[in-house]
Structure formats: structure tokens, C-alpha cells
Design a protein around this ligand. Structure first.
Ligand SMILES: Nc1ncnc2c1ncn2[C@@H]1O[C@H](COP(=O)(O)OP(=O)(O)OP(=O)(O)O)[C@@H](O)[C@H]1O
Ligand SMILES: [Mg+2]
Length: 332
């Protein structure tokens, strides 16, 4: 217990065995079956961050090998290692080509975060995989399947790790909450799930940092902790955008942004969902959505936040003019 006390919760609560994984039961049971029949193919695990890819393969490795064998039978490379062709020709080839002494079974090469591997390295791997299939299995893990060359994809059995569902995350979070004796309100839990967006690592990280900063993990403390705008903030912002003059709306939002340290990107995405819910003429809604999409695009390329904020306020001003025009035409 004392050894694990200082670990971040994502590591402390990393599933140890395949059974501990809270999701993708079909994938887990397929892999378990492979292991049972001693017919593990080369694997390719892909999907968004924090969905259990690394945990799954580590659990597989722990199931196959005893702790003593682990270091000699498993080679784990991740993005912190060099990902060029050199590593394939050197470390990987070396590991794969040496015979196993203690165990008759195969060795396992885990290439985690393989998105970062160069094309040359991937090409070099093609032959290595084929040549040493007899005594080595490869597991390639990545976020984007498109970053892996088709020739490698076709040599592996592919499994997609989708984002985790709310129903899967809640019990696991509750388990951590009980173990760590944190007080979390229902709205706080909802906020955690919303912000995590299917990423269990993010959920655990937010839970940990919020519980360290606040005694009670509720909606406000969660949003405050990650610097995400509160629902009340967004209501105020939309209110200013729809009802105040250009100057006042701009200044108010800027003031709130600075005081609370909010990012325009977060404000924009929250206002965006709000706009979808507000009842307004379709033409005006479309105008706003297109403008907001443009602003988001520009923000993503690193433009000045103040200029983009004024563009946001301006787009609402023109939207209001559109509404006035329409209502004038109807009344005349
Ligand atoms: N399916 C799951 N069941 C239980 N815990 C999970 C699951 N997925 C993720 N977690 C939690 O999130 C943490 C991160 O998971 P993991 O390292 O397996 O993600 P990953 O899919 O490899 O992500 P990345 O693509 O960013 O490397 C784990 O330590 C664990 O605490
Ligand atoms: Mg990983």
C-alpha cells in the first residue's frame, strides 16, 4: 500500500489482469481465447487515448509470462524510444532473432504508440515480422490506424478500442472514489464523464486533481479545476452576445475570460452546443454556426484570441441584424 501511495491514480488503478478491464469485453474474450489455445496472432490495437490499449497488452503479457520471464520474453518500445529504422534493425531484430532459452513459447514485442514510427521503420518491420513469426509475436498499438502502412496492417489481427461508455466508466470511477474516500456529488460525476469524453485516463486525472484541490468534487469544482467554463458562465456569455452592444459584450467576455483563465476554444464549443438548443430562425442559426466553425478553424491554427473573440461577438451582432430584418419584413 505504501508503495503505491504516491502513484497517480491512472497507474495505481491500471487494470492488472484482463478481467479487470471494464470495456471491450468482446476483444478481451477473443484475446483470452487466443491465449488459451496458444494461437496468439500478431496484434494491432488502435483507438483514441485512454481506452485501455496499453493496459490490455500489458495484462496479456502478464497472463502469458511469469514475473521472472517478463523481462527476457517481452520487449516494450514506446514513443520515448527512437522510432527510426535503426531500432528495427537493431533492438527489435536482435530480440526477435535470439532463441528463447527458458521457455518454448514465443516472445512478445510491444510497439506502443507506433504512430510515431517512420515509414522506413515500418517497412523494415514487414520482413522482420514474417521471418520471426515462429518464436515472436508483435503487438502494434496506435491512435490512428492511417499512420500504419497497409502491409503491416494486413499482417496483424486488428482490434479497435472505441471510447468508453458512461455505463462502463461510472462503476470504475465509483470504485476509485470508494477506495480513495473522495466525496463526489452526482453532478460532479456527470461533469467528470462529460469532460472525459470516453477517455478513462482523463476521467481519473481530473478526479484526482479536483479531489486534491477541493474537499467536495461537485460540478463547479470539476469545471474550475480544469479551467472549463461553468454552465452559468456560458449562459451569461450567450446572454451578453444576444443582448448587449458590441463593446459591452466584448469587454464582459474578455473580463470573464481573464478572471477565470478560460480558453476561447472551450467557450466556443460550449456556446456552440448552446446555440443548437436555442430556438431561433434557421437562417440565423446557420449563419452563426458557419461563423463559429470559421473561428474555430482559425483558432486551431494559432491566431490571436482577442481578434477571434471580437469576430465571435461580431457574428452575433450580424445575426441579430438578420433577425431584425426578418421581423421587419414580416411586420411590413
Ligand atoms: N478499459 C479500461 N478499463 C479499466 N481502466 C482503464 C481502461 N482504459 C483505460 N483505463 C485507465 O486509464 C489508464 C490509461 O489507459 P491505457 O494506458 O491503457 O490507455 P491507452 O489506450 O494505451 O491510451 P494511449 O493511446 O494514450 O496510450 C489506465 O491506467 C487505467 O487506469
Ligand atoms: Mg498507451
Amino acid at each position: 500500500m505504501s508503495k503505491t501511495r504516491n502513484l497517480p491514480w491512472v497507474e495505481k488503478y491500471r487494470p492488472e489482469q484482463l478481467n479487470d478491464l471494464i470495456s471491450h469485453t468482446d476483444i478481451v474474450s477473443t484475446i483470452t481465447q487466443f491465449i488459451k489455445e496458444d494461437r496468439l496472432p500478431h496484434l494491432l490495437l488502435y483507438g483514441p487515448p485512454g481506452t485501455g490499449k496499453t493496459s490490455t497488452i500489458l495484462a496479456v503479457a502478464k497472463q502469458i509470462y511469469s514475473p521472472k520471464e517478463f523481462s527476457s520474453m517481452v520487449l516494450e518500445l514506446n514513443a520515448s524510444d527512437d522510432r527510426g529504422i535503426g531500432i528495427v534493425r537493431g533492438q527489435v531484430l536482435n530480440f526477435a532473432s535470439t532463441r528463447t532459452i527458458f521457455k518454448s513459447g514465443f516472445k512478445l514485442v510491444i510497439l506502443d504508440e507506433a504512430d510515431a514510427m517512420t515509414k522506413d521503420a515500418q517497412n523494415a518491420l514487414r520482413r522482420v515480422i514474417e521471418k520471426f513469426t515462429e518464436n515472436t509475436r508483435f503487438c502494434i498499438i496506435c491512435n490512428y490506424l492511417s499512420k500504419i502502412i497497409p502491409a503491416l496492417q494486413s499482417r496483424c489481427t486488428r482490434f479497435r478500442f472505441g471510447p468508453l461508455k458512461t455505463t462502463q466508466m461510472v462503476p470504475r470511477l465509483q470504485h476509485v472514489i470508494a477506495e480513495e474516500s473522495v466525496t463526489v456529488t452526482e453532478a460532479g460525476m456527470k461533469a467528470l464523464i462529460t469532460l472525459a469524453n470516453g477517455d478513462m485516463r482523463r476521467a481519473l486525472n481530473i478526479l484526482q486533481s479536483t479531489s486534491m484541490a477541493y474537499d467536495l468534487v461537485d460540478e463547479d469544482s470539476v469545471y474550475n479545476c480544469v479551467g472549463h467554463p461553468l454552465r452559468q458562465d456560458i449562459e451569461n456569455i450567450v446572454n451578453w452576445l444576444l443582448n448587449e452592444s458590441f463593446c459591452k459584450a466584448y469587454n464582459n467576455i474578455l473580463e470573464m475570460k481573464t478572471a477565470k483563465g478560460l480558453a476561447l476554444q472551450d467557450i466556443l464549443s460550449e456556446v456552440h452546443t448552446y446555440i443548437h438548443r436555442v430556438d431561433m430562425p434557421v437562417k440565423v442559426q446557420i449563419h452563426l454556426l458557419i461563423k463559429m466553425a470559421e473561428i474555430e478553424h482559425r483558432l486551431a491554427s494559432g491566431t490571436n484570441e482577442r481578434i477571434q473573440l471580437s469576430a465571435l461577438v461580431a457574428s452575433f451582432q450580424t445575426a441579430r441584424e438578420l433577425v431584425c430584418h426578418d421581423s421587419l419584413r414580416v411586420s411590413s
